[in-house]
Design a protein around this ligand. Structure first.
Ligand SMILES: Nc1ncnc2c1ncn2[C@@H]1O[C@H](COP(=O)(O)OP(=O)(O)O)[C@@H](O)[C@H]1O
Ligand SMILES: [Mg+2]
Length: 223
């Protein structure tokens, strides 16, 4: 359902050019839990940003469910992100002044296609799934890192996106919390048939992935 063809991204810094992505061709199946691995600087974040429509590649093609997403206007891309895609970042990126419940509800509010009552129900349901109902009125800073990351996963899931992108979501967590987060991704993937594309640099995370793509200098290498 995601077809990537000869994707390239060149960053220019003064006179220096960096080929962060140097011709990536890859297909990702619906319902796949795909791991993207590789050394620091190999292009993992760049690839995720291109697939998540957060940045524009220099050349190449990305087709999602038959739609040539790079040909969309900015407004169409924003709508596509809101309706189809979810994101989890390394630093959680929760809104500090909003409660757990409000953070989780936020993407649903932006979409404006549900009543407030329905949004409350959906947000509560997903908080129950991650085991943090009793913390719904807390602020992010009152939670541990692992709990904050679970809240950010709940926020990414509240709109039931087709594809979930996660960039080193366990980078700031100890192994116990990392395992909780990975177990949650696995559960989401199995229960909701969610496609998940996750960047990781930890070897033991590989047990969770259906398939692994390794990047080196902006290219896919065989593992
Ligand atoms: N905004 C940017 N401007 C210039 N160079 C960048 C930018 N973002 C990434 N790069 C470069 O692109 C390469 C790939 O970076 P990145 O995708 O962040 O790698 P990874 O996530 O695998 O560590 C690196 O050489 C990095 O320095
Ligand atoms: Mg990165």
């Amino acid at each position: 359902m995601i077809e990537i063809t000869d994707l390239r991204k060149t960053y220019r810094m003064g006179n220096v050019e960096v080929n962060a992505l140097d011709g990536v061709t890859l297909g990702i199946e619906k319902g796949e839990f795909l791991g993207i691995v590789g050394a620091s600087g190999s292009g993992k974040t760049t690839l995720l940003h291109m697939l998540g429509l957060l940045d524009q590649p220099t050349s190449g093609k990305i087709v999602i469910d038959g739609l040539d997403v790079l040909a969309l206007t900015d407004y169409e891309k924003t709508m596509f992100r809101l309706y189809k895609l979810g994101y989890v970042f390394q630093d959680y990126a929760l809104v500090p002044d909003l409660t757990v419940m409000e953070n989780v509800s936020l993407p649903a509010m932006l979409r404006q296609d549900r009543t407030e009552e329905q949004i409350r129900k959906d947000s509560y349901g997903i908080l129950r799934k991650i085991g943090l109902c009793d913390r719904r009125d807390h602020l992010p800073r009152e939670l541990s890192g692992g709990q904050q990351q679970r809240v950010s996963i709940a926020r990414a899931m509240v709109n039931r996106p087709d594809i979930l992108f996660a960039d080193e979501p366990c980078a700031n967590l100890d192994s116990e919390n990392s395992r909780m987060v990975l177990d949650l991704f696995r559960e989401i993937n199995e229960d909701m048939k969610q496609t998940i594309v996750m960047v990781s640099h930890e070897d033991w995370h590989k047990d969770y992935f259906h398939r692994i793509v390794q990047l080196k200098d902006g290219k896919i290498v065989n593992t």
